[in-house]
Design a protein around this ligand. Structure first.
Ligand SMILES: [Zn+2]
Length: 454
């Protein structure tokens, strides 16, 4: 928010009466909301124009929403763009950070925030989903949290080009052969990979439900671990549904064609179908899914140059996203909705591989010890709505529900006058800005340090 009209490159008046209360209990009327260009590379939207406001205040969460990275260190703060180029440096000033804007060129010559920012954001968050499909999905209203996006010409994403992601990998089938989730499961093993995953896995087992196309991925050191994963999944699905599972389908590989699988299928009354060795299209459903997941994972790894040994985390994230965004041909619903009977929500998704912070509990820290742990965002936990983060220093994964992703970690509390101001801000502004203050503190002892599972 700012009190200077000259900063705005565009400004729209607000229809409702909104006021900001300052630290001295004075009030400033919100006169409008618009775009401000601070530097050639730093443009902000939805900036409030407040009468009599003597400061220009930027919320860090707003910077993050615009896909900037904000790095804090003792005595310094840097803002980077998506290509990790330095946009500006901030210096500590009392209990806040400040930036010198006196050298900024006139707003008329600055760039205005591009309307394509949203489409880029969701393209990245959704594992580099093709722009066409993204726009189509957003217009269908089948996924909660995905805003309406407008198609734009000539968008070129370099990680996508690199990862050779093609929309054609979702070749439509001619009809739906099954009638309920869990009736038929397709499965296949991919590997060995070029690089072992962080926890030493070389293979992945992909299982796809024929009806919903909902998929699961499991990571293995040896191929023969596949049986255990399939057995556990089949038993879990049997408990989940009243309808009988009918069959599983795999190729002829020794890891599927053995007495353990045979006995298990016989005991449960399952038919084990095999695709013939020379016609891989018979196993086409799972082969296509493999390709999609691997391509999405490659692109996500490329984007932030995440080390290859995180391939399993990337595939896991790709699978998580795919279940929530791809529509089943002919049924026009996401896999998630076909399986669980409700629309998925994707509001909380973030771009894989981006840098993030996890806060340590303040009370247990030495005065000069860093308040944050630096991490890399590695996707979502499979059994809860938690985020997975690789903690760089500890070289371990943490999984936590209350983890704060790419948000400001303030080492010190904000000045009281700011807090008062934010408390009294009108709801619409408070919703947008107060996240700056609501830095959720996750006590370190409650952060479960996990050995890397994937
Ligand atoms: Zn892309």
């Amino acid at each position: 928010m700012t009190g200077h009209r000259k900063w705005f490159s565009s400004l729209n008046p607000v229809s409702t009466k909104e006021y900001i209360t300052f630290g001295d209990n004075g009030q400033g009327k919100v006169l409008g909301v618009g775009s401000v260009s601070l530097f050639a590379k730093l443009s902000l939207r939805e900036v409030a124009f407040v009468r009599n406001l003597g400061f220009n205040l930027v919320s860090v969460s707003q910077l993050l929403d615009e896909e900037f990275e904000v790095h804090f260190k003792k005595g310094a703060c840097r803002v980077l763009d998506a290509e990790e180029t330095l946009v500006c440096s901030l210096l500590p000033f009392g209990q806040v950070f400040w930036v010198d804007l006196t050298s900024v060129s006139s707003p008329a010559r600055c760039l205005v925030a591009s309307p394509s920012a949203d489409i880029w954001k969701w393209h990245r968050r959704l594992g580099h989903l093709s722009f066409d499909l993204l726009v189509r999905l957003s217009s269908m209203g089948l996924i909660r949290g995905l805003p309406k996006l407008k198609a734009e010409k000539d968008l070129v994403c370099h990680p996508c080009r690199h990862g050779k992601m093609v929309a054609a990998s979702h070749t439509p089938v001619s009809q739906v052969m099954t009638s309920y989730p869990g009736e038929l499961l397709h499965m296949d093993i991919v590997g060995p990979t070029w690089v072992a995953s962080v926890s030493g896995k070389w293979y992945m087992l992909v299982v796809v439900d024929d009806f919903s196309r909902f998929s699961w991925v499991f990571f293995m050191e040896f191929k023969d671990e596949a049986f255990g994963f399939v057995r556990d999944l089949v038993l879990r699905l049997k408990n989940e549904s009243h309808k009988a599972m009918r069959a599983i389908r795999s190729d002829n590989g020794g890891e599927f064609r053995n007495s353990r699988f045979e006995n298990f299928c016989r005991d449960l009354g399952l038919e084990h179908q095999f695709s013939s060795p020379y016609t891989p299209p018979q196993n086409g459903v799972v082969e296509r899914k493999n390709r999609t997941l691997v391509e999405m994972a490659q692109t996500m790894l490329d984007e932030h140059r995440t080390p290859r040994r995180f391939w399993a985390e990337a595939v896991n994230t790709a699978c998580y996203i795919a279940n929530r965004i791809f529509l089943r041909a002919f049924l026009w619903k996401t896999s998630y909705e076909l399986r669980f009977g409700r629309q998925p929500t994707i509001k909380y998704l973030r771009a894989f591989g981006c840098r993030c912070f996890v806060l340590k509990k303040a009370g247990h820290l030495d005065k000069f010890e860093s308040r944050c742990l630096d991490g890399i965002f590695l996707g979502y936990a499979s059994s809860s709505r938690a985020f997975r983060v690789w903690i760089l220093e500890a070289k371990q994964v943490v999984e936590t529900l209350r983890f704060l992703l790419m948000k400001l970690c303030l080492a010190q509390p904000l000045p009281l006058s700011f807090q008062v101001m934010m408390k009294k801000a009108p709801p619409s502004l408070r919703m947008r800005k107060v996240r700056l203050m609501l830095v959720m503190q996750e006590p370190l002892h409650r952060l479960q340090l996990l050995p890397p599972l994937l």
